[in-house]
Design a protein around this ligand. Structure first.
Ligand code: SF4
Length: 378
């Protein structure tokens, strides 16, 4: 595609953006290296996740797994535990699978060919472009949310960027703007500008190095771009979660790998229509779905958690085990976990909130039992 700017203007675009980046780039841990392994880990973690959230996870991860071989040797449970709370857990599974593939098929050396990088599990065009340009200095473009916002505004692209035609146009535009010798810095500079200056709301145009070439700024329509697609209503799901206690232990299972929240631990739960829910029904369904007879006790404070494509409302109930041996088709294994050891297992953020509710409730019970025992003694 022919660029929307002539060569002189492209050169000025490069100079301004790269000059700005040299003095304004944030000092981020993955920017202090050109190690493709570390850049890859950071890029996978940064998908759908804020920089400030990623930093401690990144540091702990590369401390524990310093290179591809160490990650390939690592246990899946350890990888999931390090990812706990970061969300989008299939990223961790793909990262682990990709490390094993690199050891198997590339003798443990991170591949430098673009197509080989793109062939790794969990790596798409954006991530392959980021690794190829930042670690290997190849002239490969990246287009993420920040780049889309900057390009749509600078070039006043008014169509919806989610459509295939506009996506193609944005990728061509990003490629046509790349400087052959500093593609990695240029890509990072575009993303940095989107993250720290060209905000969704109230962009800091006065401080922007591209201010005098920005068509949206000239037309005073910055905040209307990129065009937003009409949002669909987010579906809601309801579950009843059972905090089943037995001799100071709590029943939990590990979800099978592959699906949503695969390889993470969870409390037994039943899908429910919130309106028609009763304790008797939960008791019956725990029997049917988990083979456990339990006495369903009081309802605890509910938890809501937002996933990418639905909103979950979980209503926890404190239950006492009565009889039965657990069996559940959604779990690869299950355990009665002592309450002081739940932290050794990997849970999703929503499940951690449920466990907090459970810990409070059980703590209250213990306190009540202690107080009634001391009353009896007096
Ligand atoms: S001038 Fe304003 S709208 Fe245009 S790229 Fe810079 S910050 Fe964004």
């Amino acid at each position: 595609m022919k660029s929307l700017l002539d060569e002189r203007r492209i050169l000025r675009f490069h100079q301004r953006l790269l000059g700005w980046f040299e003095t304004h780039a944030r000092d981020l841990p993955w920017r202090r290296t050109r190690d493709p392994y570390r850049i890859w880990v950071s890029e996978i973690m940064l998908q759908q996740t804020q920089v400030d959230t990623v930093i401690p996870y990144y540091e702990a991860f590369v401390e524990r797994f310093g290179d591809v071989r160490a990650l390939a040797r690592g246990r899946a449970d350890t990888v999931m535990k390090l990812w706990e709370g970061l969300g989008y857990y299939s990223r961790a599974r793909h990262l682990h699978a990709a490390a094993r593939m690199i050891v198997r098929e590339h003798k443990g050396r991170f591949p430098s060919e673009f197509d080989a990088i793109l062939g790794l599990p969990g790596v798409g065009r954006y991530t392959a472009g980021a690794i190829a340009s930042m670690a290997f200095g190849q002239a490969r473009a990246v287009v993420d949310g920040n780049v889309i916002r900057v390009l749509c505004r600078v070039f006043r692209i008014e169509e919806n960027p989610k459509t295939a035609a506009v996506q193609r146009r944005l990728w061509s535009l990003a490629e046509s703007l790349l400087p052959a010798d500093r593609a990695g810095d240029f890509n990072q500079a575009l993303m940095e500008l989107g993250a720290t200056v060209c905000f969704v709301k109230r962009p800091l145009c006065q401080a922007c190095p591209l201010g005098d070439t920005c068509a949206a700024r000239k037309a005073d329509c910055q905040e209307t771009l990129p065009a937003k697609a009409v949002r669909k209503a987010v579906p809601r799901r309801h579950i009843a979660s059972a905090v089943i206690m037995h001799k100071g232990r709590i029943l939990a299972g590990k979800r099978k790998a592959g699906g949503l929240l695969g390889d993470l631990w969870e409390l037994p739960a039943i899908q429910t229509d919130a309106a028609a829910w009763t304790k008797t029904r939960l008791q019956k369904q725990l029997q049917e779905a988990f083979g456990i007879d339990a006495k369903v006790g009081r309802k605890l404070e509910e938890v809501t958690h937002v996933f990418s494509h639905f909103k979950l409302r979980a209503i926890p109930y404190l239950c006492m085990y009565v009889a039965g041996r657990c069996s559940c088709r959604q779990w690869s294994r299950w355990r009665w976990i002592p309450l002081d050891r739940v932290g050794r297992y990997a849970w999703s953020s929503g499940q951690k909130k449920l466990l907090e509710r459970a810990a409070h409730a059980v703590g209250d019970q213990v306190a009540a039992a202690r107080s009634s025992a001391s009353t009896l003694r007096t």
